[in-house]
Every structure is written in C-alpha cells, then in structure tokens.
Ligand binder design. Structure first.
Ligand code: HEM
Length: 463
C-alpha cells in the first residue's frame, strides 16, 4: 500500500496564507486579487483556507463543467447561500429541504415565463418613458443612481405589485434599502452577528411582513388578480395542493427582488458607459438599429420588438462579459469529484469543500475571447460567436442546472431602457471609464465614475 498521494488522485494545491485569518483576510480583501495572484502560481484549481472551511476555486470552462452540470445532491447551494435566510425569511429558498426548494424554484420559473414577461414589458416601458420624460433638455447625471432608481420603480410595479407601487412606494423602498444594507461581507460568514446593520435588517424584515400581510390578505379576500410576480406566488400551489403563507410569499418576493435589482442596475449602467466611451466604434450601430426598428414599428416597444434588437442585445451581453456583477458563484461539494485541467493535471476535490467559480475571471481568458479587455459587442454575432467554443465560457447568468431564471426579464428591462435613451438623447462621458468597485457584494462600477452628459435630441431618432 502506498501512503503517498495516489497518481491522479491529488487534492488541489492549498494557497499559502497565514492559517485561519490569512485566507479570510485575503478573501474579504477581494476575491479578484486573490485569484489574480493565485492562478499564475497554482493554475486553474487551488484551495484557499478560510477559518475551518476550504474554498476550492475552479477557473475557466474546462474545470468548471462539473460545477454547472452536477446534480443538487452532488453540488448544493443551500450550505453556501444560507446566509440569506435572515433577509429572505423563514420557510423559503435556503431555509427549506431539497424537495420543497425544488417546488419553490418552479414557482420562480412560472412567475418569469414568457407569457408573464409579455405583461411585465408593458409596465417596464411605461416606467422608463415616464422616468426619462422628467430629464431636462440637457444635463449631467450619475448613470448608476438614475438607472438604480428606475429599476427599483420597475421592480416594485412588476414584482411587488400595484398596491406597493401606487401607495406604499416610499415606505417599502426605505425598508428594502435597510434589508439591502444589512448584507455586508461579514454576513456571509456570520449572518447573525450582533451588528447595527443586522439589527436594522431584522427590523425592516418584520415591518415588511406587516405591510405585505395586509396587501396579500386583501388580494386573497377580494379574489383580485393582478399581472405581477406577487400574484403568481399567491396563486402558487405545491403538488399536495397547499399554498405559501403570506410571510413565505413575501420571502419569495424578496429573493427575486434581490436576484434582479443590483445585477440589472449595474449591467444597464455598464452597457451605457461602455457604449458611450466607445462612441465612434459602437454607438452608431445601436442608433442605426433603432432607426430601422422605428421605421418598421413606429415608437411602439413590446416583447417581440425588443427581441429583434440584436445589436443592443450584444452590447448588453458584452458589458456583462467584461463586468459580471456576480464575480463569484459558490456551491458545496456533497461528494468528492475529479477535475482535469487544460494541462492534463488531475485533482480530486474532497467532499465538504466550498467550490467557487468566477464569471469575472472566466470572461477574461484569452484562450476563450479575442482581446478580452476590449469592448467588442460583435464578438457574439453568429456564426462565429466566441462564447460557443466551450461549455460555460459565458457565465454572467451562471449556467447549467441553476442558470439565471431572470435572464430574459433582465434583457427586456435593459433593452427597454437603452432603446428609449438612444432614441431621445445624445451622450458624452464626463471622465474616464470607472474601475469596478470590488468592495460591494454585487460588483458594479465605482460610483463617482458614472457621471455622463446628456442632450435631448432636437428630433427623436427616426423622425
Ligand atoms: C440566478 C445573474 C437578473 C432571478 C442567477 C445566477 C447568476 C445570475 C450568475 C446564478 C447563481 C449561481 O449559480 O449561484 C444575473 C444577472 C442579472 C440577473 C447578471 C442581470 C443582468 C435577474 C432578474 C431576476 C433573476 C431580473 C428576476 C426577476 C434569478 C433567479 C436565480 C438567478 C430566481 C436562481 C436560479 C437557480 O438557482 O436555479 N442570476 N441575474 N435574475 N437569477 Fe439572476
């Protein structure tokens, strides 16, 4: 018997940081830096110790396949995303057993399928038109602030529903803000640590429960049916016929809200910044596409019309490639599994490791993308789309078993915003493109660098 490591059955290399605190500090200081330093030294697979846990990184399409294809019983989400429980609430998503969660994910999928999306798009268009009608003839704005505000407004209408959007908007928005601020990097490891941010989070969650209890109860009693996500959760039935409680309906809503809010604000901001910063090279194609669409459909915007805008679609997708807001995705290894690197090295990732893969890192590999640091929306045009070369090469929306369920919703919303903006305004950058702000839980552009100048077109495009 050999006591040495078996050939081809080695554990991944463990990066050398001071035990216990080192990994934690390196991790919180920014996983991007950690990956950038570790990858050249250790390769596509390496392990970082954080407290008593081991996080194994799988970088790039070759080694991350198992991450996306494995069953939940092999690679699970609950253990790594459980820190969301105090925010979402009890009895939903990461606070329920595997079978219940699978049913609840079916409820998410039902709430976001295309017959529902067709209804939501009308509301997105209305919110965006009203919002930009309030801009002046010319001015300077912080794009991230503006688009975040618009996306909160749209989310309250499409997700939280008419009652909240029309009468309880300010109160609910403030409470959601407290919930949001209650999720700091420390919360990932210690979701119940007695800090002020967590106390405010818990208070806000309780107050939201009271507000929504009334709204949901009123809908249940009147039998009213509204075209929003809230309604789909009220109507949802488990296979055994039972339904979600009012508090669980709210929990599901918070989960969808959190999945879509910052991710969409950030991606719509980067789409604008990158297109404007590359005004000569990229913007004319976007304007030309709008002219053509207006010629065919007038000023109308709906699901099918937005779906025809390929140039704008590529511009959004390319912004997401360069700057995916979720820079790291996590799972928990329920069983050991083997990976083989592009160089042919084989490792066994032990059971019990946290496994991480990184869209931000994978999207900049020059083995997958030509000139990965250049904004080139055309790289996604068929038949030579660069992301088709390997499974999991474009993972801005995740992929495989747990790919984003809000992908079409997000594209519809971002394309609505930019269609309206391009049709009505011309833009200039105020400064240089901002750097990503790695301090956030969801990574966006540094706030100060998001200022742009706008000027209302004397004649809207196509007129
Ligand atoms: C999952 C990204 C917008 C709902 C995911 C995942 C990513 C992602 C990377 C996979 C997480 C993982 O594997 O651990 C994004 C980005 C968005 C966006 C970049 C905007 C540009 C939305 C919107 C909604 C939404 C607007 C809902 C309205 C969901 C849901 C899941 C998910 C329900 C869970 C899927 C599952 O675990 O099976 N998203 N998302 N997302 N997203 Fe999105």
């Amino acid at each position: 018997l050999s006591h040495g490591p078996l050939k081809g059955r080695r554990s991944p290399p463990v990066i050398s940081v001071a035990p216990v605190w080192g990994g934690m500090v390196a991790f919180l200081a920014g996983p991007m830096r950690l990956m950038r330093e570790a990858m050249p030294k250790y390769g596509e697979v390496f392990t970082v110790p954080v407290f008593h846990k081991r996080i194994t990184f799988l970088i790039g399409p070759k080694v991350s396949e198992h991450f996306f294809k494995a069953k939940d019983t092999e690679m699970s989400q609950k253990e790594v995303y459980e820190f969301n429980v105090p925010t979402f609430g009890k009895g939903v998503v990461f606070d329920v057993d595997h079978t219940t969660r699978a049913e609840q994910f079916r409820f998410f999928a039902d709430s976001l399928k295309s017959n529902r999306l067709r209804m939501y798009v009308g509301m997105m268009v209305k919110e965006a038109e009203d919002f930009f009608a309030k801009w002046g003839d010319e001015g300077e704005v912080n794009l991230l602030d503006e688009l975040s505000e618009l996306i909160v407004l749209t989310a309250s209408r499409c997700l939280l529903g008419r009652e909240i959007r029309e009468t309880l908007y300010s109160e609910v928005t403030e409470l959601v803000h407290d919930l949001d601020k209650g999720m700091v990097p420390l919360s990932v490891f210690f979701p119940y640590a007695p800090i002020e941010a967590h106390r405010k989070r818990d208070k806000a969650r309780k107050k939201l429960a009271q507000i929504f209890d009334k709204v949901i109860q009123a809908r249940r009693e009147s039998g009213a049916s509204e075209p929003d996500v809230l309604q789909t959760f009220i109507d949802a039935r488990y296979k055994n016929g039972s339904k979600l409680s009012n508090d669980q309906v709210l929990g599901m809503l918070i989960a969808v809200l959190f999945a879509g809010q910052h991710t969409s604000s950030i991606t719509s901001t980067w789409t604008g910044l990158l297109s404007i910063a590359n005004k000569e090279r990229v913007f004319p194609a976007l304007e030309e596409e709008q002219r053509k669409i207006i010629k065919a459909h007038g000023n109308e915007l709906d699901f099918d019309i937005l779906a025809k805008m390929d140039e704008l679609h590529f511009a959004v997708k390319e912004a997401l490639r360069m700057h995916p807001p979720l820079i790291m995705l996590l799972r928990y290894a329920q069983s050991a599994f083997e990976v083989e690197t592009t160089e042919g090295k084989k490792y066994t990732v032990p059971k019990g490791h946290i496994v991480a893969t990184s869209p931000a890192f994978a999207h900049r590999l020059d083995s997958v993308y030509s000139e990965p640091d250049t904004y080139k929306p055309g790289r996604f045009r068929e038949p030579n789309a660069e992301d088709k070369a390997a499974f999991a090469s474009f993972i801005g929306f995740g992929g495989g078993r747990h790919g984003c369920m809000g992908e079409t919703f997000a594209y519809m919303q971002i394309k609505t915003i930019w269609s309206i903006l391009i049709r009505n305004f011309e833009f200039d950058m105020v400064g240089d493109l901002p750097e990503p702000d790695y301090e956030g839980m969801v990574v966006g552009p540094k706030h100060a660098g998001c200022r742009i100048k706008y000027k209302r077109r004397a004649k809207p495009l196509g007129k």
